[in-house]
Design a protein around this ligand. Structure first.
Ligand SMILES: [Zn+2]
Length: 278
């Protein structure tokens, strides 16, 4: 593998993996199984290599270099369609992944209370497009060795500003994963991607190995492992856009846009009819 000059890597984050249904509003936070396959196969063709979260974490803890082009795949919330639609793709392409489970809803027969897709739970949407993961499917994926399970809190409640409630919700979820699946080392992803000093401090003290946000940035050396960023992957992402993000170009482009915004505003004031599109 190529040497990695800046010793950084990137983490991708998926949620729902379901086909479109004709006549129904497109599912939120979704990529189709075909799109998932195209994105992951395309990244591998471009020289990127998927590693389990465990492995990049070990490298960081031991001070070992991470080779160039390494990326990590994660899924938040734990839909059962990850088992039915994503896992076959992961197996076919030998892509390891971590699924962050909201433990209160394992084996649930109703949509997640935080699922913002209006069709979730309705007759119009196939159950598989919104149903939570089952414990049996979790166990089967874990036994394959390709999939790790992590915590996404117990209830996925938005507990920003309420560190004590957050601590309880996280602890309950860690305990559930230990009891049900015998997990020892637990990785964690913040619900809604949120983190702040007090919440991060709770995660750090809780015993989880790392905590992932959805701040769209690559993981550079020295980055606090309790606030590693991830890129949410959407249905419009192609292997080319994902490769750019994993190379750190996303941050560069957004930084430039932020810097250019005052100039664009000035231009728009002087030339109201010739606005620069953002
Ligand atoms: Zn979530």
């Amino acid at each position: 593998m190529r040497a990695n000059k800046d010793n950084s890597f990137g983490i991708l984050n998926y949620h729902r993996v379901a086909p479109r249904v004709a006549g129904v509003l497109a599912p939120t936070w979704n990529v189709t199984p075909a799109r998932l396959r195209n994105q992951l196969a395309g990244l591998i063709e471009r020289g990127h290599r998927p590693w389990p979260l465990r492995r990049v974490l070990e490298c960081r803890l031991c001070g070992e270099a991470v080779p160039a082009g390494i990326f990590v795949v994660t899924f938040d919330d734990a839909y059962d369609n990850v088992y039915h639609n994503a896992w076959p793709v992961l197996k076919e392409l030998s892509v390891p992944a971590t699924v962050f489970v909201t433990t209160a809803y394992l084996d649930g027969r109703r949509p997640f209370p935080f699922d913002d897709w209006p069709a979730a739970g309705s007759d119009a949407a196939p159950e598989l497009s919104w149903r939570p993961l089952t414990a049996a499917h979790c166990a089967e994926m874990m036994e394959s060795g390709l999939v790790e399970i992590g915590s996404h809190t117990h209830t996925h409640a938005d507990l920003r500003g309420q560190p004590e409630l957050f601590r309880r919700d996280l602890t309950r979820s860690i305990d559930a994963l230990r009891e049900r699946f015998g997990l020892r080392a637990v990785c964690f992803a913040y619900p809604f991607g949120y983190h702040c000093a007090k919440i991060t401090a709770v995660a750090r003290r809780s015993g989880v190995r790392c905590a992932l946000t959805t701040e769209p940035k690559i993981v550079a050396p020295g980055e606090d492992r309790f606030s590693w960023g991830r890129f949410n992957v959407g249905r419009f992402d192609t292997p080319a856009t994902l490769s750019m993000k994993l190379h750190g170009w996303y941050a560069v482009v957004h930084g430039l846009r932020r810097r250019l915004r005052p100039l664009a505003m000035l231009f728009n004031k002087k030339h109201p009819s010739g606005a620069i599109s953002s």
